[in-house]
Design a protein around this ligand. Structure first.
Ligand SMILES: CC(C)(COP(=O)(O)OP(=O)(O)OC[C@H]1O[C@@H](n2cnc3c(N)ncnc32)[C@H](O)[C@@H]1OP(=O)(O)O)[C@@H](O)C(=O)NCCC(=O)NCCSC(=O)CCCC(=O)O
Length: 343
């Protein structure tokens, strides 16, 4: 049965002028062709995703007890929330049968993760039902929980009820530049402030295991006051392959925390975060997908107040199917920006 689309509030809200974006990207593209070609050939002969071989490849210590290590640590020097959520889901998934699929998870980040030591994941088999199976996972460092997570799995079941919002209309990933290509472009600007240059070079040195193509770079880099909404194409770097749907959900959980909370700051270019951390993270998986293939990530923040911001995300397969949704609340304490960005 064909999926029914719910129209209305999410159809082209006028935030994205497709022609302008295409023009801007075309100009950047010609400057960056060489870099782009060498990168493309690098990705073509790629390599298993590091998410598969390392980040989400937990070591079993005992029954329902696993150890996870880190690959990429953000500048904040606290563990990346997406990594902890992704690893917690891997641990939960190891205790359920192959016939079950992850359909949702709900997490609280209760302490900052320490990048100097591994994380232990302790799984509690909360309930095995006929259709639904629930697991509780505690992520532990220094003897204390840093994350608590409930994950639920379901057998595949048919349903006459099927609908989804329509996917936003945006340029395809082939017409857009990667974050690294954009940074090279900004670095080539002669009037770029030394401080900004340093920051960009640090970003470039990061080995983030996901590839990102912002739909509108100005939104991505907060170059002006914007609606609290941004879109980017994302996929795991390297090859994961078909099959293991639970693993693709774990990778999507990893990706889902990337750049999500920053959406709250888009209307406020006059402020920058002096403290930002996600408080909780929930996710729902809707259809099968490949996390090593491009998916459109639509992030929006419907509310901010009381030093907190709420963000919601939708991940779209490029054929228009809604693959996953997520919600997160984060704490954001800001300070005024002294110098405007010269990107
Ligand atoms: C959320 C907290 C910090 C809450 O703990 P808490 O003890 O209640 O902490 P807190 O009082 O909020 O202090 C935190 C910080 O806020 C400051 N603060 C507190 N009150 C004020 C105020 N009135 N004015 C100005 N500043 C204030 C405090 O001094 C703390 O700052 P400090 O750590 O001392 O620099 C804690 O539970 C925690 O750390 N949880 C883990 C959060 C986490 O690690 N989440 C995952 C990582 S974040 C992420 O992955 C997003 C990535 C985004 C991306 O890269 O795209």
């Amino acid at each position: 049965m064909a999926e029914k689309e719910l129209g209305g509030c999410h159809e082209n809200s006028g935030l994205i002028d497709k022609n302008k974006i295409l023009e801007a990207n075309e100009a950047l593209k010609s400057e960056q062709d060489e870099v782009s070609q060498s990168r493309n050939s690098q990705y073509q002969q790629d390599l298993k995703s590091v998410l598969l071989t390392s980040v989400l490849n937990l070591e079993k210590l005992d029954v329902d007890l696993y150890r996870g290590t880190h690959h990429w640590v953000p500048r904040t020097q606290r563990l990346f929330g997406g990594q902890i959520v992704g690893q917690a889901l891997v641990a939960a998934a190891k205790s359920v049968s192959d016939s079950l699929y992850a359909h949702s998870l709900h997490c609280y980040f209760v302490r900052a993760g320490d990048p100097k030591v591994p994380v232990l994941y302790q799984v509690d088999r909360t309930r095995d039902g006929r259709s639904f199976t629930v697991r509780s996972v505690k992520a532990i460092q220094h003897g204390q929980p840093i994350l608590i997570c409930q994950a639920s799995f379901q057998t595949l079941q048919p349903s006459p009820l099927q609908h989804q919002f329509p996917m936003p209309v945006v340029p395809p990933p082939e017409d857009l530049l990667t974050v690294e290509e954009l940074i090279h472009h900004y670095l080539s600007k002669p009037d770029l402030a030394e401080e900004a240059k340093k920051g960009l070079k640090k970003l470039l040195a990061n080995e983030v295991p996901i590839e990102i193509k912002p739909v509108n770079p100005a939104h991505f880099y907060r170059l002006g006051p914007e609606q609290p909404r941004r879109l980017f194409w994302g996929r795991a770097r390297g090859h994961i392959g078909e099959g293991n749907m639970k693993l693709h959900c774990c990778v999507a959980a990893y990706v889902s925390d990337f750049a999500l909370l920053g959406t709250v700051l888009l209307p406020y270019p006059e402020y920058r975060a002096k403290f930002a951390a996600s408080l909780d993270h929930s996710m729902w998986f809707h259809s099968t997908f490949r996390s090593d293939e491009w998916m459109l990530y639509e992030c929006e923040s419907p509310w901010a107040g009381s030093s907190r911001g709420l963000v919601q995300g939708r991940m779209w397969r490029r054929d228009g199917m809604l693959a996953a949704s997520c919600s997160q609340e984060g704490v954001l304490r800001v300070k005024p920006v002294t110098e405007p960005s010269k990107l």
